[in-house]
Write a new protein. Structure first.
Length: 163
């Protein structure tokens, strides 16, 4: 039996279309929250997560096949840009994933973390803004809080132009 990996996609991988292209065997599992971490745009101009007491990061959980994980490693620039960490996240989807810990359904998920560029406040790459806006639209559709989007993502990712 092939082992599947649960992946916590917090940046442009909130965009389901992008994930379908990058990881064609992926299965969307649901939404998840990483407590005591913060979403930032780092010096490279891409999203990162950093430990930050009292903050939170919302993301999508995807189930990845081994080949999907290899593909994603390439897109994420492992090991030069991001390293792979397994971190417990709070899971809000359906299904039998995870276990109850302190009254919350927790799963261990793969999270790509840039451990070298950990300060925020940098401008996003121009090409990244569109992908993030597509991901934000998908996140809102799946019930991620508009307050989270406004407080954490929108300070770095401008709204798309209105047509």
């Amino acid at each position: 039996m092939t082992t599947k990996t649960l992946y916590f996609g917090y940046g442009s991988n909130l965009w389901k279309h992008q994930m379908a292209f990058r990881c064609p065997e992926n299965k969307f599992v649901g939404t998840a929250r990483l407590p005591d971490w913060r979403w930032i745009i780092n010096k490279r101009g891409y999203a990162n997560v950093v430990p930050s007491k009292g903050d939170q990061v919302w993301a999508f959980l995807y189930e990845l096949s081994p080949s999907d994980e290899v593909n994603l490693d390439g897109y994420e620039g492992v090991p030069d840009c991001y390293v792979k960490q397994t971190i417990p996240v709070e899971y809000f989807g359906k299904g039998s994933y995870g276990e109850m810990r302190e009254g919350k359904r927790m799963v261990d998920a793969l999270v790509y973390v840039d451990v070298q560029r950990t300060t925020g406040g940098w401008p996003p790459k121009e090409e990244y803004i569109h992908r993030m806006n597509c991901g934000i639209a998908d996140a809102l559709e799946e019930g991620v809080s508009r307050v989270y989007i406004t407080e954490y993502l929108r300070p770095s990712i401008p709204d798309p132009p209105h047509k």
